[in-house]
Design a binder for this molecule. Structure first.
Ligand SMILES: [Ca+2]
Ligand SMILES: [Ca+2]
Ligand SMILES: [Ca+2]
Length: 100
């Protein structure tokens, strides 16, 4: 009988811990802050965002992207994937260096 009581207490505690675990999971799911991501404006549509212009949202808004790597969001030919063109005073590949 004593053994059975101990077993019941153990089961009860397990249920409580499982319930607490479920509650934590639910809280995380409904806490918007945990899932709010910054999306950066991609005005030129080159899939690289403008670090100076962003919104925080649960899902990606149209015209926004989840990176801030575009150094010129007015020109789709300028982004980290672009090829640097020497001698035009523009930093096409966004590495901070203008090829002479
Ligand atoms: Ca862009
Ligand atoms: Ca760009
Ligand atoms: Ca460059």
């Amino acid at each position: 009988m004593k053994k059975l009581s101990s077993l019941l207490i153990l089961i009860a505690l397990s249920v409580v811990f499982l319930a607490l675990g479920c509650d934590v999971t639910v809280d995380e799911d409904t806490d918007a802050a945990d899932y709010t991501i910054a999306y950066y404006r991609d005005a030129d549509g080159d899939l690289y965002g403008d670090a100076t212009s962003f919104v925080k949202a649960l899902t990606q808004p149209d015209g926004y992207i989840n990176n801030s790597l575009d150094c010129d969001d007015t020109d789709a030919a300028i982004n980290p994937d672009a090829t640097e063109i020497a001698g035009n005073a523009a930093d096409e590949d966004c590495d901070g260096v203008v090829a002479p």
